[in-house]
Every structure is written in structure tokens, then in C-alpha cells.
Design a protein around this ligand. Structure first.
Ligand code: KG4
Ligand code: ZN
Length: 380
């Protein structure tokens, strides 16, 4: 490869229940992105079983890497560096990707770079076409500004970063794609986790987010009034456990313990959980969950004047109502909103390769040592 050509990075992701590999050129152009989902293996448990996940990663990682290289139309010899998500995540799952990345980097004689998975979610929307292979349809997606101008770093930073996923709900101040500081995060459940648990209690399939999103569009959000947690006046933290419990009580009733020497409590009739009621619960839950996020993003914009864009990432950034509300907020505040294309909202390796490239460029291509470890917690 000529040095003037965009550097080709192989990205590897295995932090949870997706085994993924991608080839990205010049930090922005996605040449291939392969995602082998394990949803079917975990569905009967309504959540990810760590041992099953790591075993499935071990079986799938090499075929997934081979497919990514083949689909990109390159050979392993073209790879300039290997980037891997090495934190946060399920430790057994992370170790499979890290071991594969180390072996490849060592055998190819190229730099290895460990990437924070939460940080990488913020890079998904910065990939060319917002990581979407198809041409953009909406003015807010696919690397275009409101006016349709191409994405340029100078237009975006300083930015507010919002990660909304199954494991994380956090706000960041971003000076650039690689320099980020955490402003706040959830003190209990992540928003995606709340979606998955609400779906599970309503008897809907796993993962719950997409199903609840779809049903919410047919329900009446005003049928129930659910709480939106603000925490303290200035807080940029989130809490979703109260909302989740409120949905449970609305669906199945409040558990009432009889007290000794007191008259028995009256029975409260809870209507049967019809499909119409489920849709209403989904709509009211989605309204409160996305409303909570918007309230905190608004507060963060007030506390961080001069922000030029809101960069969003994570599985829940695929949510229809959240996307619409963020765009509305961005328009009202004249702040650009960068939403990832739907194919890179969920866990993928293109975002790992893209951020890996940006980190390596910022470090003059100095990689991490081959002793690179995996960590269950984020470094942010
Ligand atoms: O980013 P991700 O793939 O994994 C983590 O890093 O956690 O996010 C997965 C989460 C799941 O909780 C899933 O239910 C949620 O994203 N999700 C959605 C939607 N699509 C996926 N939540 C709400 N609305 C959606 N459309
Ligand atoms: Zn993720």
C-alpha cells in the first residue's frame, strides 16, 4: 500500500453479545462491517448469559474477521493497524476479541490499539455517511449538516456527546473526537436496560428496545403518567429504575402488604393486559424515557455554552421518538445533531476501527503494547 493512500484499519468488537469485525479506510470510509449477533442464543434467558456469550465469540471471531477482510476486497497484508474494543464489557467476551486482535497485530507486524467501547459509540455518527452504506435520505443523517454540507470537524466541536445504550447512559463534553470528559451518567439502570426490562415484564421478546419502540407508535402516551427523574437541580446524571417500577405497578398493580391489626386493604382491580393496554404502556414509557434524556441534554446545553453539535451514539439512538426529539431540540437551539445511521447505532466494529484510527493519528501511530488488558469498566 502506498503511504499516501488512506490507512486501512481492522476493527474488532466482542464486548457483549455481538461478534463484529470491520475494515475502515482513513478513519471514515467503511469498507466492510460484519456483525454476528447472538440474540437467538440469549433470547430464552431475556438477557445476555456471559458464559454462552464468550463461547459463541470464540467460535465466531475468526470467520467474522475473514468475512470482513474478504468483503472489503483487501488482504490482511493491507491492514495498517488493528483496533479492538478492550473496555468496558463482559470480561470473558472482551478477552476473545483482545486475544484475536493481539495475534493479528503481532503476526502482521502492525500497531495494536485498545479502544473504549462507550467512546467508540460517539464515533459511529462521524463515519462517512454516518456509517450507513446506503445514500442518506434524511437531512440529519449520513454526515450532513442541517444545510446538507459535508461533515467537517471544525463545525462540530466543542460538542456534547450522548451515549444511550443497553449498558450505558452518559453525557460527555467533547473537545474533539478523541478528547472527551464525562459530565454525567446513570446511577442505576441504563436506558436500554430499562427498555429491555419493561419489554420482558410485558412478555415481549428480547432485545426489547426495537419492539417497545414499534408498539409505542401505535399506543396512547397519555394513557399513563410516568415519572421523569431529574435528580438534583444541576445534575447531569440519569435514573431509570423508578420509571421501570412505575410501569410494573401500572401493568400489574402495586404490591400491598396487609398490616396486622388494620382492616384488610381493598383490592384494586387491574384491567387485563390486552395488546391495546401493552401498546399504551409502551407509548407512555417511551415518552417518559426519551423525555428524561431530552431534559438532561437541554440542561447540559445550558451548562456548556458554545457547544456546536450534539453527537449521539449507542443502541437506543435508533429509537424513533428520541431521534425526532433530538432533531427538534437541535433545531430550536441552532445546534447540529449528529445521529448514527441505523446500521451503526448498535454494537459494531466500524466505530472501533474509526476511533482506533483517530487515536493512532493523535499518537503518531504509537500503538499499545501486546500486553494490552481487557477491563470490565469504562475508563471514562
Ligand atoms: O449499543 P448496544 O448495541 O449495546 C450496548 O453497548 O449496550 O445497545 C443495545 C440496546 C438494547 O438495550 C436494545 O433494546 C436497545 O439498544 N435498542 C433500542 C432500540 N434499538 C435497540 N432501544 C429503544 N429503541 C430502539 N429502537
Ligand atoms: Zn454498545
Amino acid at each position: 500500500m502506498l503511504m499516501s493512500e488512506p490507512a486501512i484499519i481492522l476493527g474488532i468488537e466482542s464486548s457483549c453479545d455481538e461478534t463484529a469485525a470491520a475494515v475502515v479506510a482513513g478513519g471514515r470510509t467503511v469498507l466492510s462491517s460484519i456483525i454476528a449477533s447472538q440474540h437467538e442464543l440469549h433470547e430464552e434467558y431475556q438477557g445476555v448469559v456471559p458464559e454462552i456469550a464468550s463461547r459463541a465469540h470464540a467460535e465466531r471471531i475468526l470467520p467474522v474477521v475473514r468475512s470482513a477482510v474478504a468483503q472489503a476486497g483487501i488482504t490482511l497484508g493491507d491492514v495498517r493497524a488493528v483496533a479492538v474494543g478492550n473496555r468496558p464489557g463482559l470480561i470473558g467476551s472482551l478477552l476473545v476479541g483482545v486475544a484475536a486482535a493481539k495475534s493479528l497485530a503481532w503476526s502482521l507486524g502492525v500497531p495494536l490499539v485498545g479502544v473504549d467501547h462507550v467512546h467508540a459509540h460517539l464515533y459511529a455518527g462521524l463515519l462517512e455517511g454516518n456509517g450507513e452504506a446506503a445514500p442518506p435520505t434524511a437531512s440529519h443523517s449520513a454526515g450532513t449538516s442541517h444545510a446538507g454540507r459535508p461533515l467537517a470537524a471544525g463545525d462540530l466541536f466543542p460538542a456534547l456527546g450522548l451515549v444511550v445504550s443497553g449498558g450505558h447512559t452518559s453525557l460527555f463534553a467533547m473537545a474533539s473526537a478523541t478528547e472527551i470528559d464525562r459530565l454525567g451518567g446513570t446511577i442505576d439502570d441504563a436506558i436500554g436496560e430499562a427498555y429491555d426490562k419493561v419489554a420482558s415484564m410485558l412478555g415481549l421478546p428480547y432485545p426489547g428496545g426495537p419492539v417497545v419502540d414499534k408498539l409505542a407508535q401505535t399506543g396512547n402516551a397519555a394513557a399513563f403518567e410516568f415519572p421523569m427523574s431529574s435528580l438534583s437541580r444541576e445534575s447531569l446524571d440519569f435514573s431509570f429504575s423508578g420509571l421501570k417500577t412505575a410501569v410494573k405497578y401500572a401493568a400489574f398493580g402495586v404490591p400491598r402488604k396487609p398490616e396486622p391489626r388494620k382492616a384488610p386493604l381493598p383490592t384494586v382491580e387491574i384491567p387485563p393486559l390486552t395488546s391495546e393496554r401493552i401498546a399504551d404502556l409502551c407509548a407512555a414509557f417511551q415518552d417518559a424515557a426519551t423525555g428524561t434524556i431530552i431534559r438532561k441534554v437541554r440542561r447540559a446545553l445550558e451548562q456548556n455554552r458554545g457547544v456546536r453539535s450534539i453527537i449521539v451514539g449507542g443502541g437506543v439512538s435508533a429509537n424513533s421518538l428520541l431521534r425526532a426529539r433530538l432533531i427538534e431540540l437541535g433545531d430550536a437551539r441552532a445546534v447540529r445533531v449528529v445521529l448514527p445511521g441505523l446500521s451503526v447505532c448498535l454494537d459494531n466494529a466500524a466505530m472501533i476501527a474509526g476511533l482506533g484510527h483517530a487515536i493512532l493519528v493523535s499518537r503518531s501511530w504509537q500503538g499499545d503494547p501486546l500486553s494490552l488488558a481487557a477491563f470490565p469498566a469504562s475508563s471514562l
